[in-house]
Write a protein that binds this ligand. Sequence first.
Ligand code: RUG
Length: 837
Amino acid sequence: VEASIPEPQRAAWKKFSASEFKTKDEFEAEVVRHIETTLARSLFNCDEAAAYAGTALAFRDRLVIEWNRTQQQHTYADPKRVYYLSLEFLMGRALDNAMLNVGMKDIAKEGMSDLGFRMEDVIAQERDAALGNGGLGRLAACFLDSLATLNYPAWGYALRYKYGIFKQEIVNGYQVEVPDYWLDFNPWEFPRHDVTVDIQFYGNVRKYMDESGKQVSVWENGEIVNAVAYDAPIPGFGTRTTNNLRLWSSKASKGEFDFTKFNSGEYEASVADQQSAETISAVLYPNDSLERGKELRLKQQYFWCAASLFDIVRRFKKSKKAWKEFPNQVAIQLNDTHPTLAIPELQRILIDLEGLEWDEAWSIVQKTFGYTNHTVLPEALEKWSVPLFQHLLPRHLQIIYDINAIFLHYVERNFPKDREMLGRVSVIEESQPKMVRMAYLAVIGSHKVNGVAELHSDLIKTTIFKDFVKIYGPDKFTNVTNGITPRRWLHQANPRLSELIASKLGGYEFLRDLTLLHKIEAYVDDKDFRKNFQEIKYANKVRLAKYTKEVHGISVNPSALFDIQVKRMHEYKRQQLNIFGVIHRYLEIKAMSPEDRKKVQPRVSFFGGKAAPGYWMAKTVIHLICQVGEVVNNDKDIGDLLKVVFLEDYNVSKAEIIVPASDISEHISTAGTEASGTSNMKFVLNGGLVIGTCDGANIEITREVGEDNIFLFGVLSEDVEDLRHAHFYSEFNLDPMLSHVFETIRSGIFGDAGQFSALVNSIVEHGDYYLVSDDFKSYIDTHKLIDEAYKDQETWLTKTITSVSRMGFFSSDRCIDEYAEMIWNVEPLTPPKQNGA
Ligand code: RUG
């Protein structure tokens, strides 16, 4: 490409080509230039928001230079690329991450101070990019960080929601949802109006024979909506590689509005098409692990898959390679079933638009896709009604029927004695109305299916995909245990701990190879190291205590044991077990003599998390937590012995304050329900211990840190079904301690008991599906052990240091290398050295 440009132009271009700032002065010059010219502000009216904007724009320029270079290198080398399709990317804030990843935070901090600002205040101005619900979206964000850090040629594809996950306000102890319009000022994105794709919905399919006698299908007469690309640079840590996250925004294809209608006075009708098109990417569905089958959601999924595949195919076609090379150039990972439509869409492109034969196309499709499953919960497995499909995506439904027919033929031939299997594995569920089972389609259309922790990957093979293991053999199914990026979850969230570790390991290489952490175990008895480690934990607790006072008006003592459960509110995650335990603790303290109270280990129980707006039971649990807090925190008998705090609007940037402050964190899902969990990893990496069930990644955390360094309790997953059965068919014996808790709730001391009756009755009358009663006693006993263990601060400290040193396995870099080798078959592409060719 370069050779086609005449030398004088090339020289002029190179001479004036943008270059990145390298010194503090150059940084300040960039910030001031942006504040004065891009933002039209001055020394006299530059507030913290403007200081943030100027700093972000200065860093954005830096990222863009590397981003352009990375993309040029990738275009030139044309390696196999990874495309990570995820409907959610819970990115959080970008500025701090950008500063740390390019290694310029210290310089920027000094520069900001010269200009009269504190870096913490500047960073705090940024709104979270909250395009996700919880673990699934945050995992995708950690993966982008690792992909760039490890120099993999990779793109993320998602939707550019106008409204991310709602902001949670707590009003009189109830959750209220407030829209999160985060795009007011977003310096991190670049609109690419030149990258606009036509996406079709509705219409009909016309079939005819062409001259060669081949049947041709044409999808026509549909409605067209435009997908406009918005790009965000993703910088790697300690590398020049800067990858791309492409977000699609929907726009009416007919221009801004209908002039004919406008001129005839029909003002509302004139903008109706525009509004209807823009609705597609307007809002993130706020359900975590729950699918509701709404037409707009299916529209979102197709809009995003079709735009992304168009883009991927266009990039491939530029290379002029044969179609059979497609899977050697392209690996597409489906993050959950949300992007499953990409499977029939690629098949449609190949057979209807590119003229390939079915079998050749299907072989390309299967080799291209990998599918990650994140749940075995039945309510989270996506199904779409056939009539809805027929209406919205008629050609895709035909293709799905054809995929299914060929698949069922195969099953019939290979399992002639198991007729029932056909009904069990069919992509089409024979219900009223018929439903398309997206998870089955994802399994059939992919070459690998993975779960996200060992137990979970075993469970999918014995439950939801049992028949598919028989059909395809066990090798199609694999495990990639989740991980987290140590850049955000250690270096950024806990800079002092990161610095302490670096001081012992001779630098920050551990942030690129987290297994190096094992070397700090050698310092577990080192007096200075221990003292520093403990001081850092205390300082982090002070930071959270300060936040709690400022935001919630609740004073907590940083010397108390900080017990934290922050995650989406869900019955399977069992925040109800936790709050019942807190009530039990409160009752116990109340019943004690003043002498006995002196022996009590003071505690603060922190909760945080959003409930899906329509999830009434989860909202009831939030309300109970708030009400218990009101009573306990104002009870003079209790003082600092127990405090209960509901941290409003839990999100990524708040997690960065909360996670480093825990002594204990709670990961207490009913065994077999939490696929992995990732906050468990974050807490341990930051020097907290875990109370948890034998579920998800808790099991591998135990294997790594050792049984002595984790507090496990509760029933095992293999016993869950029998216990559920027993609740209905044997006598239901409620633990007396739990009975007492329920009586207390019924007494009305936490407000109108009627509000909590469904919650209590779900346990005492409706089968206790989540086994709260079965686990209650061992949960309480384990907390007693924790209280005792915490009193011995020296042993506790040894446990925490040892655990941190053994967390190397849980880096998302390890996951990405596993995906690359086992599933994608891609290699890193190292960027040239600075100033190199
Ligand atoms: O609930 C799971 C978590 O256990 C897991 O750690 C996370 C990332 O793998 O994904 C969560 N998840 C599952 N979010 N949505 C679903 C179901 O669609």
